[in-house]
Design a protein around this ligand. Structure first.
Ligand SMILES: NC(=O)c1ccc[n+]([C@@H]2O[C@H](COP(=O)([O-])OP(=O)(O)OC[C@H]3O[C@@H](n4cnc5c(N)ncnc54)[C@H](OP(=O)(O)O)[C@@H]3O)[C@@H](O)[C@H]2O)c1
Length: 266
């Protein structure tokens, strides 16, 4: 039986809030979306308020999504517990804000779900990791699954400390891919291609390689062995990237740095 319409309060709706909103609308989910943020927004939502205290104070919401920058979250959440009912599913996509901290900020409310999504969520091509403060009831679990699956793939994590790894790997990860695209395109231009040609070649190569790896399900070693023929052109390039494991080491260091930052900001 299709689920009854339920209400969502989205606190903050910038890049990530909009990315999720777009996917939910594309999937035509049975939701009423209320957004609270300082500057007005109209598209894709049902109600807008500039501040929490501008919402009708008699209303509670079935799902509350916390999507403000972590630095201002505590201030933005002040008074939010008045808009929760006992079964409200609170979902935070904010980096660094722990379940224990959110629980305190929300007057002991439970359950809370910490999700770390990424930017391709807006295309339904995202991946996220999530952890819950306690077992969700069937309705809460079904809503969580529906909202997350509309944005892409969702991986349940057993421990909260893993969320910082997800933050560093896939939360920030699209930035690594964008940098790879830029570096490849720059190399193409330096060798004589036009800007637009080089950009298209680099973007489609990165996107196509990801799709190929996903669809074949093969390991990185199997994939590399198919393309890097002994004595060939690709092998010549890989020798440069793999000298002293330079490429792997650099990414490893970068992801560790992001992980430490995510952990410390918590
Ligand atoms: N961007 C990503 O790729 C990504 C990935 C994973 C997780 N996240 C997490 O998602 C959260 C939001 O990131 P973002 O990239 O979407 O940031 P963003 O684009 O800067 O959006 C922040 C939103 O918070 C709103 N806001 C500011 N002050 C507020 C207040 N007092 N009350 C209510 N709303 C307020 C802003 O409103 P205005 O629009 O009116 O300024 C804006 O809509 C962060 O905690 C981040 O850790 C982001």
């Amino acid at each position: 039986m299709p689920e009854k319409r339920y209400s969502i309060l989205l606190l903050g709706c910038g890049h990530m809030g909009n990315a999720m909103l777009r996917s939910w609308r594309q999937h035509d989910l049975p939701i009423t979306v209320n957004v609270v943020k300082p500057t007005p927004i109209r598209e894709g939502i049902d109600h807008y308020a500039p501040r929490l205290d501008a919402l009708p104070d008699t209303q509670t919401y079935d799902v509350v999504i916390l999507a403000t920058p972590p630095q201002i979250a505590d201030k933005a959440m002040a008074g939010l517990s008045n808009y929760l009912h006992a079964e409200t599913l609170v979902i935070s996509v904010m980096a660094g804000k722990t379940l224990a901290h959110l629980n305190t900020m929300l007057g002991g409310h439970d359950p809370i779900v910490r999700v770390m999504p990424n930017m391709p969520s807006s295309l339904g091509q995202g991946i996220c990791g999530y952890v819950t403060s306690s077992t969700l009831n069937a309705v809460q679990q079904s809503r969580l699954d529906t909202l997350l699956h509309a944005t892409g793939v969702a991986i349940a994590l057993q421990h909260e400390d893993k969320i910082n790894i997800v933050t560093a790997l896939s939360g920030s990860g699209p930035a690594y891919a964008f940098l790879l695209i830029k570096a490849m395109a720059d190399a193409g231009v330096a060798l004589g291609l036009k800007d637009e040609q080089a950009r298209l070649l680099a973007m489609h190569t990165v996107a196509g390689a990801g799709q190929y790896a996903l669809q074949t399900g093969q390991s990185a070693e199997e994939l590399l062995s198919k393309i890097a023929i002994k004595g060939g052109t690709t092998e010549a390039a890989l020798k440069v990237l793999n000298t002293d494991d330079a490429f792997g080491d650099l990414l490893n260091t970068a992801i560790r740095r992001a992980y430490t930052h995510a952990k410390e900001s918590g």
